[in-house]
Design a protein around this ligand. Structure first.
Ligand code: BTN
Length: 244
């Protein structure tokens, strides 16, 4: 991971560039990284605030030989890699909110966006976008993010080396990815669950079409969240916003 690294000062979105590169058959593990994104993309068609020199905005290109339905597993694997890197570099203990938000003191410091290029039901490329808020100050966040977002330096109280964190993310990602290719999702799932905040808790999941309230039971082998509602029905949630 990251041996083929494309660095850019300013881009619209590293996801967009990664999509172009992926269709040009660049090697697996290629990373696109930028100092600033003008139109950073978040989940559910939201924007991702990506100011210059303060965060890590990057997209990884993968080509695992796995069924399409297992793609969400790689989002969870990425969250584990980022948490392990943060622990190593900052000593802080981040938590994961399903499926892919990384929180410190209940505020979001990282988002992960997984997108696919597929032909029929075969994966051509998986593009994993990672946005880490590293050295923003509180006043750098727009008003609407003040209560919900933070950066590593705010939570740690000192500046954090982005270069060291990037190297550490690559290292942990590569280790987990090789483990995943060899042994499947099970060991990754155990690690993910050990960092997850939502499991066993009451929560509300807002999907694009409805709202499900209940207790989070855990995740399936496909990385899908299982929620048991009051009447005992178990729902499988593929994509949603979670309120704890
Ligand atoms: C989320 O909504 O939580 C996911 C945010 C993902 C942001 C990253 S930053 C690098 C990559 N390029 C983008 O445009 N988005 C992702």
């Amino acid at each position: 991971i990251g041996r083929n690294l494309h660095y850019q000062e300013s881009v619209e979105s590293t996801q967009k560039i990664a999509h172009q590169f992926a269709s040009e058959d660049v090697p697996e593990g290629t990373v696109i990284i930028a100092e600033e994104q003008k139109f950073g993309k978040g989940r559910m068609s939201r924007k991702w605030h990506s100011p210059k020199y303060t965060g890590i905005w990057m997209s990884l290109i993968l080509r695992p030989n796995i069924p399409l339905t297992n793609a969400p597993q790689l989002t969870l694997l990425t969250a584990v890699a980022v948490v392990q890197a943060m622990e190593e570099i900052t000593g802080l203990q981040p938590e994961i909110k399903w499926p892919n938000d990384i929180l410190l003191h209940e505020k979001k410091v990282t988002g992960i966006l997984t997108e696919l290029q597929a032909e029929a039901d075969r994966i051509h490329s998986i593009i994993i976008g990672i946005g880490i808020n590293v050295n923003q100050r509180k006043e750098d966040f727009p008003d609407e993010l003040q209560e919900i977002a933070s950066s590593l330096s705010i939570e740690k109280g000192e500046a954090i080396s982005r270069a060291a964190l990037i190297r550490s993310v690559f290292k942990h990602f590569e280790k987990l990815y090789l483990l995943y290719l060899k042994q499947g999702f099970f060991p990754i799932k155990l690690l993910w669950e050990s960092y997850a905040v939502s499991i066993g808790k009451e929560l509300k999941a807002r999907t694009l079409t409805n709202v499900i309230e209940g207790t989070a039971l855990g995740i399936t082998d496909e990385g899908v969240l299982k929620i048991k509602d009051q009447s005992g029905v178990i729902h499988h949630v593929y994509s949603a916003d979670i309120e704890l």
